[in-house]
Design a binder for this molecule. Structure first.
Ligand code: NAD
Length: 496
C-alpha cells in the first residue's frame, strides 16, 4: 500500500489511476499516519464507469442464472482464501480490532452465500387455470445499472450486502465506497475479477460528494443502495428518486438497551459492554444508550464501570490485539469528546473516564477510552444524537412504560434491545417499541443476510430494505404473464 500513488479505480475491467484528480488522505487510525491517497472522482470518471456497466448489462443479464451464481461461488472461495489478509487490511484502514475485522468480513461472506441461492431466490409464482384454459405466472428481471454508496464503518460487510445480490440477479454495478477506507473495496474488487466476472459488470469509483452526485443524477443508473448517516441518506433518497431511480437508503441510529430488574446480571453486563463498545461504538446497531428500569439500575453501575475501565485500548495494526481500537479520524474523536463534555456540563455524571487514554507506542492514534456517563437526561444531546464512539450513556427510569415512551421519542428507528427474564415484559417491548430490529437478551440484533436490515423512521428511506427477500425484490422487477391455450373441453387435462 503505497502512500504516494493514488489508489486506483476499476472501470471496464481496467485499473486506472487518473493523474489529474485531486486526492484525499487515508489514515491508519491506530497511528495517525497517512497510508494512502484516494482520488476524488467526478462526473467524467463516474460516467465512464456507468457507461461500462451499461454496455456489459445485456450480455450479463442474458447469462444463465446458474452461471452467474457459479462465479459468485468462486468469489466466495477466493474471499475465504484471502480472509486473513483482508481482515488485516480492514484493521489497518479502519482501526477496529482484528477479531472485529474478521467479524466484518464473515458477515460479508454470509451475504455472498445468500446471493449464491439466486436460482431459488429468483423463482416466480404460478397459478394454473385461473380462468378456463388460462395460466398466470410471475418472473423476475434485473433492472440494469445499480449503484452502491457505502460508509466507513464496515468496509467489507456493507459493500457485500449490495453487489453480490445485485450481480447474481443479473444487474451490473458501480460501487463508491467510503473515501476513508478504499483499500478493502479494492481488494474485494480484485478478487471479483479473479473469480471470472466479465469486464464492466462491476466497476469501482473512489471519491466523495461529486462522485455520489454524478451517480444519483446519471440517467443510466436505475437503482441506488446507500448506507451512511441520516442527513446524507435523506439527501440520497430525495435526489435519486427525483431522478427516477429506485432507492434504499439506510441512515444513522440511536439504539436503546433496556435493562429490567429481573435480568441475569453477568449476561446483561457482557451484552451491554459488547453493544456499547464493540467496534469502539462505530456501529449503526451500537447499543450505547442504556435505560435501567426499576430499582436495580444504580447497583449495576459499579459492574458496568469496572468492565469499561478494564477494556484495553490500543493499536490494531500489529499482532498484539487490544480490546478496542481507535476511532476513524481525529475530527470524529473530537466530535465524540464534545458530546461527552456537553453531557457533563449539563449535569450528567462520569463513572468511567476514557478521555485521557494513552497508547504509548502510538501517541498520534485517534484514541478514546471506554467512557460511561450516568444520569443522562432525555433532552441532552448525548441522549438524543447518534454518538458513534465508545460512550455508554445511562438513564434510570422507574417503569417500563416510561422507558418505551422515551425510546419512541427518538427520530431514529434501527434497533432496540431488552435484557429481562420476563416474557410478558419482552413481548410488550417487542410490540410497542417503534423500530425495525429487536433484541431480546441480545444487545446487537443486527439482521443476518437472509433477513432484511430493517430500519424504521429516520434510520431508513425507501420501501425495500437491504438484504434478504426485500434485497432480491429491490434488485429485480416482476413481469406477470397471463397465457391462454384453449383446451378441447371441460376436464380434458384429467382424461387419460
Ligand atoms: P456518511 O454519511 O458520512 O458517508 C456515507 C457515504 O456517503 C460515503 O460514501 C461518503 O463518501 C458519502 N457522502 C458523505 N457526505 C456526502 C454528501 N454531502 N453528499 C453525498 N455523499 C456524501 O457516513 P459515514 O460517516 O461514512 O458512516 C457512519 C454513518 O453510517 C453513521 O451514521 C451510521 O449509523 C451509519 N450507518 C448506518 C447503517 C445502517 O444500516 N443503518 C450501517 C452502517 C453505518
Amino acid at each position: 500500500m503505497s502512500t504516494s500513488a493514488p489508489c486506483p479505480l476499476l472501470i471496464n475491467g481496467e485499473w486506472l489511476r487518473p493523474a489529474a484528480l485531486t486526492t484525499s488522505p487515508v489514515f491508519n487510525p491506530s497511528t495517525g499516519e497517512v497510508i494512502g491517497a484516494v482520488p476524488l472522482a467526478g462526473a467524467t470518471e463516474v460516467d465512464a464507469a456507468v457507461q461500462a456497466a451499461q454496455a456489459a448489462f445485456p450480455a450479463w443479464a442474458d447469462t444463465p442464472v446458474v452461471d452467474r451464481t457459479r462465479i459468485m461461488f468462486r468469489y466466495r472461495s477466493l474471499v475465504e482464501k484471502h480472509f486473513d489478509e483482508i481482515a488485516r487490511t480492514i484493521s489497518r484502514e479502519h482501526g477496529k480490532t482484528y477479531a472485529e475485522s474478521r467479524g466484518d468480513l464473515f458477515r460479508g461472506i454470509e451475504a455472498i452465500e445468500y446471493a449464491c441461492g439466486a436460482p431459488t431466490l429468483m423463482m416466480g409464482d404460478m397459478v394454473t387455470n385461473i380462468a378456463r384454459s388460462v395460466d398466470c405466472e410471475t418472473t423476475r428481471y434485473p433492472l440494469g445499472v445499480c449503484a452502491g454508496i457505502t460508509p466507513f464503518n464496515f468496509p467489507a460487510m456493507i459493500p457485500l450486502w449490495m453487489f453480490p445480490l445485485a450481480l447474481v440477479t443479473g444487474n451490473t454495478f458501480v460501487l463508491k465506497p467510503s473515501e476513508r477506507v478504499p483499500f478493502t473495496a479494492i481488494r474485494l474488487a480484485e478478487l471479483l475479477m479473479e473469480a471470472g466476472l466479465p469486464k464492466g459488470v462491476f466497476n469501482l469509483v473512489q471519491g466523495g460528494k461529486p462522485a455520489v452526485d454524478a451517480l444519483l443524477t446519471h440517467p443510466l443508473v436505475k437503482a441506488v443502495s446507500f448506507v451512511g448517516s441520516t442527513p446524507i441518506a435523506r439527501y440520497i433518497h430525495q435526489t435519486a428518486t427525483a431522478h427516477g431511480k429506485r432507492v434504499q437508503a439506510n441512515g444513522g441510529a440511536k439504539n436503546y438497551v433496556f435493562v429490567l430488574p429481573d435480568s441475569d446480571v453477568s449476561k446483561t453486563v457482557e451484552g451491554v459492554m459488547n453493544a456499547a463498545f464493540g467496534c469502539a461504538g462505530e456501529r449503526c446497531m451500537a447499543g450505547s444508550s442504556v435505560i435501567t428500569v426499576g430499582n436495580r439500575g444504580r447497583h449495576l453501575m459499579g459492574e458496568l464501570a469496572a468492565a469499561a475501565k478494564a477494556l484495553k485500548v490500543g493499536r490494531t495494526d500489529g499482532e498484539a490485539q487490544p480490546d478496542m481500537g481507535a476511532l476513524i479520524t481525529a475530527a470524529h474523536r473530537d466530535r465524540v469528546l464534545g458530546l461527552v463534555e456537553s453531557g457533563l456540563s449539563a449535569g450528567a455524571k462520569l463513572v468511567a473516564d476514557g478521555r485521557g487514554v494513552k497508547v504509548p507506542d502510538a501517541p498520534k492514534g485517534f484514541y478514546l477510552g471506554a467512557t460511561v456517563v450516568e444520569d443522562v437526561q432525555p433532552d441532552m444531546a448525548l441522549a438524543r444524537e447518534e454518538v458513534f464512539g465508545p460512550v455508554l450513556n445511562v438513564l434510570h427510569l422507574d417503569h417500563l412504560e416510561d422507558a418505551i415512551a422515551l425510546a419512541n421519542k427518538s427520530a431514529y428507528g434501527n434497533g432496540a434491545a431488552i435484557f429481562t427474564n420476563s416474557g410478558k415484559a419482552a413481548r410488550e417491548f417487542k410490540h410497542r417499541v417503534q423500530c425495525g430490529m429487536i433484541g431480546i437478551n441480545i444487545g446487537v440484533p443486527a439482521s443476518l443476510a437472509m433477513f432484511p436490515f430493517s430500519g424504521w423512521n429516520d434510520s431508513f428511506f425507501g420501501d425495500l430494505h437491504i438484504q434478504g427477500k426485500e434485497g432480491v425484490w429491490f434488485y429485480t422487477q416482476q413481469k406477470v404473464t397471463t397465457t391462454r391455450w384453449i383446451a378441447e373441453g371441460v376436464g380434458d387435462v384429467w382424461r387419460k
